[in-house]
Design a protein around this ligand. Structure first.
Ligand code: SAM
Length: 245
C-alpha cells in the first residue's frame, strides 16, 4: 500500500502477532524516507490505478516460472532495463520510497505489467506474501550504507535477512549484491562468507578493490552505480548461490 507516513516504520506482519511487545523483533524495519517532493494528484492517481495491475497477490499460488526479486529499486532504472533484457523472466520490485515507485511505474511500458509486481512498502513486510522457494534470484543493488558504526544494525544484509532469502530462493538460485561503499561491502561480504547456505560464485570476494572484476557487460546499470562511475568510485558486485539446505 502507498502510505503517507515518514520516519521509522513498524512491523505489521501477522507472523509477529505472538512476539512480546518489547522484543527487538518489534523494532522499526525501515529508517529511510518514504516520501519526497509533493507529486501532482493526477500522476499519483494514475500510478495508484496501475499499481492494481502490479499487485504481488496476482501471483499467489502460481508463481511465474522464472521469478526474481529486486530490493530497494530506487527509481526503477535498473528494474525497467532488466525487464527489457529478460523477456522470459518476471520480477517483484520492492521500494519503500513512494516517489521512486511512481518514477518506476511511469517508466514502465504497460506491456511489462504481466511480468512485474511492485511492492511499495518495506521488504520486511513482503516476505509473508511469498511461498518458500518461489524465487530464482534476489537483486540488492546499492543498499543504504548507514555509514555510522552505531547504525550498522540498520544495514539490509544481516544473518536473518540471508536466512529469509534462503527460505524464499530455490536451491541453486542466486543473490546479486552491488555497492560502492567500503564499510558496507566489508559488512555484507563478512556476513555472506559466514552464512552456512550462501556460497560465493563470482565478483568481489573481498574488500580489496584491486581484485574486483568489471561490472558484467550484460547487466543493466542503476542510478547509484551511474553516480559512482561518474565520480570514479570503484563499485563491487558479488554473486552468491544458495546451496541445498
Ligand atoms: C541507495 S538507494 C539505491 C537505489 C537503487 N538500487 C540504485 O542502485 O540506484 C537504496 C534504496 O533502498 C530503499 N530501501 C531501503 N530500505 C528498504 C526496505 N527496508 N524496503 C524497501 N526498500 C528499501 C531506499 O528507499 C532507497 O531507494
Amino acid at each position: 500500500m502507498l502510505c503517507d507516513g515518514d520516519g521509522p516504520h513498524m512491523h505489521h506482519s501477522p507472523i509477529l502477532g505472538s512476539v512480546p511487545e518489547h522484543s527487538p523483533l518489534r523494532k522499526p524495519v525501515f529508517y529511510g524516507r518514504r516520501k519526497g517532493r509533493v507529486l501532482p494528484k493526477t500522476l499519483y492517481q494514475h500510478t495508484l490505478d496501475r499499481l492494481k495491475n502490479l499487485d504481488v497477490n496476482k501471483w499467489r499460488g502460481q508463481w511465474p516460472k522464472e521469478l526474481w526479486l529486486e530490493i530497494g529499486f530506487g527509481s526503477g532504472e535498473h528494474l525497467n532495463q532488466w525487464l527489457v533484457q529478460h523477456p522470459q523472466r518476471s520480477i517483484i520490485g520492492v521500494e519503500a520510497f513512494i516517489n521512486g515507485v511512481i518514477h518506476c511505474v511511469q517508466g514502465m511500458p504497460e506491456s511489462f505489467e504481466e511480468r512485474c509486481a511492485i511492492f511499495s512498502d518495506p521488504v520486511q513486510e513482503l516476505w509473508p506474501s511469498l511461498s518458500p522457494s518461489c524465487l530464482d534470484g534476489v537483486i540488492l543493488f546499492f543498499p543504504d550504507p548507514w555509514r555510522k558504526r552505531r547504525h550498522a544494525g540498520r544495514r539490509m544484509v544481516q544473518p536473518t535477512f540471508l536466512d529469509l532469502c534462503a527460505h524464499y530462493v530455490k536451491p541453486g538460485g542466486v543473490l546479486h549484491f552491488a555497492s560502492d561503499h567500503p564499510g558496507l561491502i566489508e559488512h555484507t561480504l563478512g556476513i555472506l562468507h559466514q552464512h552456512p547456505h550462501w556460497q560465493y560464485i563470482d565478483g568481489a570476494r573481498t574488500t580489496d578493490s584491486a581484485h574486483w572484476p568489471q561490472w558484467p557487460a550484460h547487466w543493466p546499470s542503476s542510478r547509484y552505480r551511474d553516480k559512482a562511475v561518474a565520480q570514479h568510485i570503484p563499485c563491487a558486485f558479488s554473486i552468491w548461490q544458495l546451496q541445498p539446505i
